[in-house]
Design a protein. Structure first.
Length: 216
């Protein structure tokens, strides 16, 4: 079931995923896809993160699951890694390191869909996380990469003639064009329209956001 479908098909997708999870609460694909769909609606972000973490822990080398996990942390407002103050050990990874890992996994994958189609989507997510954390130049580079990845991905889809990738193509184009627009806005001195961050308190600067004990 594609996590990117909307409208009536999306509602049917949600229902189907919930039925799967009623029968198999640890189902990896259903947890990731429903969790990601919840993130896109800013719906019960912490529960969505819990579901996605089930998938990510089961298959940490999956580019889509690493991307979903990173995006969940972004929506929670957790951009940087949480470290133990005494040992310096990372106790919870933040959005930026998770999304960088997702991008690396996608780029190095033998699956061309991951290489060319998933990578630009992850790059757009990464750009938003970097911008929210105050890392502006890195964000611009990530957005530039997301936009540059659209044409090669379109060529691949044309070559494959993959009808089943239609909703993914829509998602790819949406992210690549949004990345282009955000980079243009930032370079024009305007504030780019990054994705919403429900987990961020109104009076809390994004770059200072860290994991709370309840989120660990």
């Amino acid at each position: 079931i594609d996590p990117h479908v909307d409208g009536d098909a999306g509602r049917l997708s949600d229902q189907s995923l919930r039925i799967v999870l009623d029968l198999d609460p640890e189902n990896v694909l259903a947890n990731n896809n429903l969790g990601y769909r919840m993130l896109t609606r800013d719906e019960d972000i912490d529960e969505a993160a819990r579901m996605i973490e089930i998938a990510y822990r089961a298959e940490p080398d999956s580019p889509p699951y690493a991307d979903s996990m990173g995006w969940a942390r972004y929506k929670q407002g957790i951009f940087e890694d949480k470290k133990d103050p005494e040992t310096g050990e990372v106790v919870m990874r933040g959005a930026i390191s998770l999304l960088r890992e997702a991008r690396r996994l996608a780029e190095q994958s033998r699956d061309e869909v991951y290489q060319f189609i998933v990578t630009p989507i992850v790059a757009d997510h990464l750009g938003d996380a970097l911008w929210a954390a105050g890392r502006r130049e890195e964000a611009l580079q990530a957005w530039d990469d997301a936009w540059a990845g659209l044409e090669p991905a379109m060529r691949l889809i044309d070559q494959m003639g993959a009808v089943d990738l239609e909703s993914t193509l829509v998602e790819l184009r949406k992210h690549s064009e949004a990345a282009r627009d955000k980079a243009r806005a930032a370079r024009s001195g305007l504030e780019p329209q990054i994705e919403s961050i429900p987990g961020l308190k109104p009076d809390e600067p994004p770059r200072n956001r860290r994991a709370t004990p309840q989120q660990q």
